[in-house]
Design a protein around this ligand. Structure first.
Ligand code: PEP
Ligand code: MG
Length: 556
């Protein structure tokens, strides 16, 4: 039997392919002295590594073509700069190892570049990349950052930060496995956005050997290491059967007795639209606009750039709801120009709406861009604020929307327990609620969503979390307003039925989960959903809640 590892499955589907590790930052090579007789050998090692990296950059450039080719060729030239290589040789001659000589010579060159005015200073990042590649090759460790590969692979990482995501080629990444991260971490969200299977919180993930074939089941959380060819074949066949059954699902989200629960898509920008449309999303339930800001964390994107992105999204869903969340910066999504650098505990600091209220010009520019983008389009624009704590926050946000002349519904995300407890008072100021169950779980259980060790508490089946969902949904019902879920909880097909039973009015998720949730809802009645919700809230652990709901919904 092949070894089986188990983590938390966070994005459905099966991926089979070779392991490639996300390289960590290159360590500083030790500054030990080498005997002088070793110098020629070290110089040859350094030269060979430089040549190999330069050849690799040129080969990649040939494959990529266009602007990328020019950039990669310039990097190859940097690597082979004769002055730089002469400096490396000199350093090795007086006792440096090959890796230390490269490291120090590049540091000196880097300082020169950084001091040489804007254009050359801008090349520092390219130079660092070249140095990291050469040092990694000499140390025999994976290249830092996203793996270089022309073949599809399963990405193994300690964790993935939002900034890594921009660099991933979705045609090459078959799936993710991470050592850290919980069901609501950005690794999980990204995997769902890309529609690839993923397992997080898998102890020992970073120790699985590069190149070994693994089979990742993103539903069960199982990772088989080195499965036999027959086993791979069987897994592929089962996955294809499951996919075909799901592909047959279509139409609006509804229970078997016709209770409608719109199934909306979570997106990070226009690039996610094709998948949302293909999954027949009934609109967008969460447009995470911060991804527009992550490209360059030193300044806000121009109003024009924002306008273009918003317009594309609004145009894709005529006559449909599009819920845009204003910038959610801070904590795990810091932006240099907005986020205080010295907070002792950023998750409890100035983040989300708090950041925007401290920088009203950023919020105003975003709302203006949105107002322009919606002009003349037959769309139902809704705008919501992240991290609303109380009625005062909700009012400040609604006032800003009104000032910007936005023709939209204004809403508040429920991500802080205080907002769920006082949902009725918040609804005095806004027209809808959207439950961000990822942060709501983080703050309810004092369990950092990035930390795999506390994934148990991040489980959205925790009855205390279900209680807060129920409070919010009841408040919305009493005031005749809507209350959706846009946290990752909505992507779990069984839990989606329970949320429906709790009174939630729409479910928003990564597009790849929509067919799973549609299929699950279509098999049960609203009364069953309500009974499952009551059963899940009547017990005292996430596991018991899941088992109780499963029993009610499937009879098993
Ligand atoms: C949430 O917290 O549930 C949410 C939807 O927002 P994000 O995951 O972007 O913090
Ligand atoms: Mg959140």
């Amino acid at each position: 039997m092949e070894p089986m590892l188990r983590g938390v499955g966070v994005s459905h589907g099966v991926a089979i392919g070779p392991v490639r590790h996300m390289g960590t930052a290159v360590l500083e090579p030790p500054a030990t002295q080498i005997p002088s007789e070793d110098a020629p050998r070290e110089q040859a090692r350094a030269q060979a590594a430089v040549d190999a990296v330069a050849a690799d950059l040129i080969a990649r450039g040939n494959l990529a073509g266009g602007e990328a080719q020019a950039v990669l060729e310039a990097q190859a030239l940097m690597a082979q700069d004769p002055e730089l290589m002469a400096d490396v040789s000199r350093r090795i001659a007086v006792g440096s190892s090959a890796e230390r000589g490269i490291y120090d010579a590049f540091a000196a060159y880097r300082a020169l570049l950084a001091a040489a005015g804007d254009y050359l200073a801008g090349r520092v990042a390219d130079l660092d990349d070249v140095r990291n590649r050469i040092v990694a090759r000499l140390l025999g460790v994976p290249m830092p950052g996203v793996p270089d590969s022309d073949e599809p692979y399963v990405l193994f990482a300690h964790d993935l930060a939002p900034a890594d995501t921009a660099l991933l080629d979705p045609t090459l990444v078959l799936g993710f496995v991470t050592e850290e991260g919980g069901p609501t971490s950005h690794s999980a969200i990204l995997a769902r956005a890309l529609g690839v299977p993923a397992v997080v919180a898998l102890p020992g993930a970073t120790g699985v050997a590069e190149g070994l074939v693994v089979a990742v089941d993103g539903s069960s959380g199982e990772v088989l290491v080195n499965p036999s060819a027959e086993r791979q074949e069987e897994l592929r066949r089962l996955a294809a059967e499951r996919k075909a059954a799901l592909a047959a699902s279509s139409g609006p989200g509804r229970t078997s007795d016709g209770h409608l629960v719109p199934l909306l898509a979570n997106i990070g920008g226009p690039a996610d639209l094709p998948a949302a449309l293909e999954a027949e999303a009934e609109g967008v339930g969460l447009f995470r606009t911060e991804f527009l800001f992550l490209d360059d964390s030193a300044k806000a994107p121009s109003e024009e750039k924002q306008f273009e992105a918003y317009r594309k999204v609004l145009e894709a869903f005529p006559e449909r709801r599009v819920v845009v969340r204003v910038l959610d910066a801070g904590a795990d999504k810091p932006l240099d120009f907005l986020t205080p650098a010295d907070e002792p505990n950023p998750a409890l600091g100035v983040r989300g709406l708090r950041t925007l209220l401290d920088h009203p010009e950023v919020l105003a520019a975003q709302l203006r861009a949105l107002a322009r983008a919606a002009e003349g389009l037959p769309v139902h624009l809704e705008v919501m604020a992240p991290m609303v704590a109380d009625r005062q926050d909700a009012k400040a946000f609604a006032d800003a929307c009104r000032e910007a002349g936005l023709a939209a519904k204004f809403g508040a995300m429920v991500e802080i327990p205080s907002a769920a407890l006082r949902a009725r008072s918040i609804l005095q100021e806004v027209e809808f609620l959207s439950l961000g169950t990822n942060d709501l779980a983080q703050y309810t259980f004092a369990a950092d969503r990035q930390v795999g060790a506390v994934a148990r508490l991040q489980d959205p089946w925790q009855p205390a979390l279900l209680d807060l969902v129920a409070l919010s949904a009841e408040a919305a019902q009493l005031t005749g307003k809507s209350c959706g879920v846009c946290g990752e909880a909505a992507a779990d097909p069984l839990l989606a039925c329970v949320l429906t039973g709790l009174g939630v009015t729409s479910l928003s998720m990564g597009a790849s989960s929509i067919p799973y949730v549609r299929t699950a809802l279509a098999k049960v009645t609203l009364a069953q959903c309500r009974r499952a919700a009551a059963a899940a809230r009547a017990v005292d652990s996430a596991a018991d809640a899941r088992a109780a709901a499963h029993q009610v919904l499937t009879g098993e």
